[in-house]
Design a binder for this molecule. Sequence first.
Ligand SMILES: NC(=O)c1ccc[n+]([C@@H]2O[C@H](COP(=O)([O-])OP(=O)(O)OC[C@H]3O[C@@H](n4cnc5c(N)ncnc54)[C@H](OP(=O)(O)O)[C@@H]3O)[C@@H](O)[C@H]2O)c1
Length: 330
Amino acid sequence: MKAIVHEGNTGVEGLSIREMNKPEVQGNNIRVKIHTAGMNRRDLAVITKRHQPEDPALIPGSDASGVIEAVGDKVTRFHVGDEVVVNPGLGWEKNSEAPPEGFEIVGLPDHGTFAEYYVCTEDHVEKKPEHLSYEEAGVLPLAALTAYRALFTRGKLEAGQTVMLPGIGSGVLTYILKFAKAAGARVIVTSRSKEKQIEALKLGADVAISTNDDWTTALSSESVDLLIESIGQATFNKSIATVKKGGTIVTFGSTTEDEVTINIRQFFYGQYNLLGSTMGSAEEFREMLSFVRRHKIHPKIDRLFTIDEYKQAFEYIEETKNFGKIGFVL
Ligand SMILES: NC(=O)c1ccc[n+]([C@@H]2O[C@H](COP(=O)([O-])OP(=O)(O)OC[C@H]3O[C@@H](n4cnc5c(N)ncnc54)[C@H](OP(=O)(O)O)[C@@H]3O)[C@@H](O)[C@H]2O)c1
């Protein structure tokens, strides 16, 4: 089968298109003929952190939609021909405070979805929401699951609250915008790009400002209950300064840098809540899919690539050109 493979050099230099063995199915495994494999910033992080020339060949990619084309003899939930989405989380079944020991994400350390076929156990796929095309369903899993946990499980968003989303170009944040509007919240976004601010308003955001603005001045008449922070060092202190006293910041990313210095006295006097979040459990994955079905939510797709265009795709995400999701159509 044809696949995007990473080996030898760090980063995009180590990527190539190769013929790999089509994976076998047995027992409770199913094989998915992949239609669309969504791309996430994690894919860039994976190929960037593999430094050793002796690291084994790896197919990256965590997201996919497709059709089941083979099932093992112990499979009970699915049949050949079923349309499915892949859950990118491995080893986190039930809802819990944090991922359990041994939790992994599809695409590292084992092969991922940037290939014609993907094999996993039957409990790692779910039925594709009927209102979504394969393209839409293929860019859903990782980012929409992360969005769901950050906004609802951790952020406990309620109708009527105001939520703020710095860096709305993010694939995850376009889901959070749609989920928050569906839940009856007011949504404020920021972007460095004027075009992305306008796009966000078209998607339903109530207010859009520049990431480079002074947020407290620009939002002097707003009261932000919940702020979802995924940019990290570049915006973290602005986020604390903007959320209302006693308000909550949920963080699941640090696209700029991990290390942040904060004024702890201002933080505790402000009575702020700071919560970490990640992807979620298989249970949350199913809750997210039923929320998407119930509210007929469609992912915001920015651009789809063929796998031969892998260099352009990785550069596109590295340069944060995207507004919403990108992915490969196999
Ligand atoms: N913990 C987890 O389980 C988990 C799961 C998913 C994602 N993540 C993390 O969450 C983050 C978002 O993921 P994603 O896939 O949605 O990323 P993405 O699509 O690449 O979006 C990142 C966004 O961050 C903003 N940004 C980037 N550099 C910036 C800078 N220097 N200053 C200000 N804003 C900047 C940009 O917004 P504008 O272009 O609008 O300015 C950009 O669109 C990443 O750090 C990712 O690793 C973590």
